[in-house]
Design a protein around this ligand. Structure first.
Ligand code: GLN
Length: 196
């Protein structure tokens, strides 16, 4: 659990509920000790800065290159992108997923909203998604699976959940709703790595 800034506690609880042993990662030795990493929602530019300050940026890029499973929600999705639009010029990205993400994409008028999403691989009903100053995926690369899109409204069809190999990202915050299915999907992918 990357614990530099953001809604770390909510992810912690969700992971614990799924039976995963979650620990805080703030330094390189802690990163080296985990099997997988969750990047929380929060403020991507602040987390990016702190990754540099804590000397985690390159070690984290390296672990992702080596195939460490990861899950990012909202700011975490932004950090996992290979390209970010509408961010600060000095913000760093981790290139865990071949995608272009637009930050704060839903606009100022709609700071936050909720929607019920069809989520590929989760067949037992829609996922209630909470979006808070959320990004969307503007371009998903060839190897990227699209798992969910906005179902209706002005942003209809926009991509809000993706997976490449065992790196998962959502524009929204599954950690705040009590619906554990997305976290379970991630934990299961860590336990049974996809052959990709
Ligand atoms: N808008 C935030 C950012 O740019 C993300 C918001 C969130 O994580 N809820 O990082």
């Amino acid at each position: 659990m990357l614990a530099l800034q953001g809604d770390v506690r909510e992810h912690f609880h969700a992971l614990a509920e799924c039976g995963a042993e979650a620990v805080n990662v703030r330094r390189e030795s802690e990163l080296a000790a985990v099997d997988a990493l969750v990047l929380p929602g929060g403020e991507s530019t602040a987390i990016s800065k702190l990754l540099e300050v804590f000397g985690l940026l390159e070690p984290l890029r390296q672990r992702l290159r080596e195939g460490m499973p990861a899950f990012g929600s909202c700011a975490g999705m932004i950090l996992l992108a290979s390209e970010v639009l509408d961010t600060r010029p000095d913000a760093q990205s981790l290139s865990g997923i071949d995608m272009t993400v637009r930050r704060n994409a839903f606009g100022r008028q709609v700071d936050s909203f909720e929607a019920d999403l069809d989520f590929a691989g989760l067949d037992d009903g829609p996922v209630r998604a909470v979006f808070i100053r959320a990004p969307w995926v503007e371009r998903a690369g060839d190897g990227v699976e699209v798992l969910a899109r906005v179902p209706a409204g002005p942003a209809e069809g926009r991509i809000v959940a993706v997976r490449q190999g065992n790196v998962l990202a959502t524009s929204f915050h599954p950690e705040v709703t009590g619906d554990l299915r997305v976290h379970r999907m991630f934990v299961e992918s860590v336990l049974t790595p996809a052959d990709r």
